[in-house]
Design a protein around this ligand. Structure first.
Ligand SMILES: [Zn+2]
Length: 320
């Protein structure tokens, strides 16, 4: 399907300005149209095309066209959040997991701009998540914050003084790959990284090691914890303690006092929480400012990506 080359037909009624947000994950593409105040006007989710690369961007353009028809209005700009290391200055994917076919090295921002003929801002998906949560979600109004995404892997993002801190290669905030949390090999090739105890995949593996069974998913391990299985509870206890240690280190280094935690594995927070909270209580920040920790409240990851578009529009002085 080709994207619209002409504006969506509209009557003369003035309509609120809209922005688009898109989250490209390992298996799904989520897209939303939002108002300037973060209200979701329309949304859609589609599987990621198996061909990867350009097919993913064409799918995004087709989803945008269909959502604009549904809303009866045309968006001003689009924000795209994608997993991996992203150079947000050039909209280029520098590194991504093997789940993403024909993706590394692509200038996805420029390619998508030529398809939809509007400005596109690209960022790492966890960076987009943190921007969304500090604007419209659990940490609304926070200017110094750490975001942690507990999914198949463990992602992280840092906001300092109201701006994302991405680092020279876009890899700042990767809390999942901080060392000394275990003796296990990480998906990145390192050893002992936080991700080896706190990702959904690792939680299932650590449970299997304790019980001698086959690896489970994080969700299934959480179900066993809910049933009182001591091995499952111990795995979540270890994960909660390791996560707290990593968060405390990051918070201390940057004097960041707000933390938002999201991702599918965080749904089992009741099993992480006791060890996490106890570890935080044992290690008060040297600043003496208590750490505010919240679970994410924005249910659609594409909402954070839409925030990127809004900020880009506002920073260029264009009308949205
Ligand atoms: Zn690692």
């Amino acid at each position: 399907m080709q994207p619209a080359k002409t504006p969506v037909a509209m009557d003369d009624t003035p309509r609120p300005a809209l922005l688009a947000g898109v989250d490209v994950g390992g298996t799904k593409i989520a897209a939303v149209l939002v108002s300037r105040s973060g209200e979701v006007i329309a949304s859609d989710t589609q599987p990621v095309p198996a061909q990867g690369g350009g097919a993913v961007l064409r799918a995004v353009a087709a989803m945008l066209e269909s959502l604009e028809h549904e809303a009866g209005s045309r968006v001003t700009a689009l924000g795209l959040g994608a997993a991996g290391i992203i150079d947000s200055g050039t909209g280029t994917v520098l590194a991504a997991s093997e789940l993403f076919t024909d993706w590394v090295g692509r200038r996805i921002g420029t390619e998508l701009e030529s398809l939809i003929e509007r400005p596109v801002t690209v960022a790492n998906d966890v960076n987009a998540f943190l921007v969304g949560e500090t604007r419209w979600g659990a940490l609304s109004g926070a200017r110094n914050a750490l975001g942690v995404m507990l999914g198949t892997g463990v992602g992280g993002a840092i906001m300092l003084d109201g701006r994302l801190f991405e680092g020279p290669s876009g890899g700042a905030g990767e809390i999942g790959h901080t060392p000394r949390h275990s003796d296990h090999r990480c998906t990145c090739g390192g050893v002992g990284h936080l991700e080896t105890v706190a990702s959904g995949r690792s939680i299932g593996l650590r449970y299997a090691e304790r019980t001698g069974g086959s690896p489970l998913t994080g969700e299934e391990t959480a179900r066993r914890a809910a049933a009182g299985d001591p091995a499952a509870l111990a795995v979540f206890h270890d994960a909660g303690r390791a996560l707290a240690n990593a968060v405390l280190t990051a918070g201390t280094l940057f004097d960041v006092d707000h933390v938002v935690i999201g991702g599918g594995v965080a749904n089992a927070w009741e099993f992480w929480g006791p060890a996490f909270d106890a570890t935080v209580a044992e290690n008060p920040p040297v600043s003496r400012r208590p750490l505010t920790v919240r679970l994410a409240t924005l249910t659609n990851p594409a909402i954070g990506a839409a925030t990127l578009a809004l900020d880009a529009v506002d920073s260029t002085g264009a009308t949205a």
